[in-house]
Design a protein around this ligand. Structure first.
Ligand code: SIN
Ligand code: FE2
Length: 217
């Protein structure tokens, strides 16, 4: 993926790429309209972590599989835990954008089977973690940001490794693939009042993040 980095502002470790402003405001609006439909079909919920407490952000999913958490652990499931219905499809515009990035990166067509929708309130955050519940780490994580800025932390392969701080803004797309696929990452905080767009799907001061994954081989 190294060839990609030449025109990027930030210098990121190999396999990580940040495409600033990849989505125009019109494209962001259109995707958030789709996310609104996803949430209407598969309501947001705040899952319990295996350790007991409830997660800070609410989430839902689209695609054949959805990431969930409960007392039994973290895993992918084909249906919503509360409604029992299949997750709605991943918006085509999200798939198209992810595909063009993976093709550009020489990874070929990306066929993600899961898209996690995270909704952060103004006080939202996400502790350092790795996306480790997928069967095959050959495929990258492709992450789309909407709404308020997030102070994002990119770490190393171990939790205690030093982290780099960067701002993820509305319309940015971050790819974590190759040797960066299993890097620790998290969101330290949201910066309320920084969103360039308003949409009913984001509460005041909020942020939406979509992450595409390939969960099954
Ligand atoms: C995640 O790691 O699942 C989400 C990251 C983000 O919200 O930017
Ligand atoms: Fe993650």
């Amino acid at each position: 993926m190294t060839a990609l980095f030449a025109d990027l502002e930030e210098t990121l470790p190999e396999g990580a790429a940040l495409f600033r402003n990849r989505l125009s405001l019109a494209e962001q609006h259109a995707i958030l309209d789709e996310v609104e439909h996803v949430i209407a079909e598969a309501p947001l919920f705040r899952p319990q972590m295996p350790t007991g407490p409830t997660m800070i952000n609410s989430l839902t999913n689209c695609g054949p599989l959805g990431w969930i958490s409960d007392r039994r652990g973290y895993r992918y499931e084909p249906t919503h835990p509360a409604t029992g219905r299949p997750w709605p499809p991943i918006p085509q515009a999200v798939l198209d954008c992810a595909n063009s990035l993976t093709r550009q990166a020489g990874l070929g067509d990306y066929a993600p089977d899961a898209c996690l929708v995270n909704r952060y309130e103004a006080s939202g955050k996400l502790s350092l973690h790795r996306d480790f519940d997928e069967a095959d780490f050959k495929w990258p994580i492709v992450s789309f940001s909407f709404g308020n800025d997030a102070v994002f932390l990119l770490g190393g392969m171990k939790r205690q490794d030093p982290t780099t701080t960067m701002t993820l803004r509305s319309g940015d797309v971050l790819v974590l693939g190759g040797p960066s696929r299993l890097r620790y990452h998290g969101v330290r905080r949201i910066r309320p009042g920084t969103s360039p767009i308003e949409h009913g799907v984001m509460p005041e001061g909020g942020r939406i993040n979509l992450t595409l994954r390939r969960a099954r081989p």
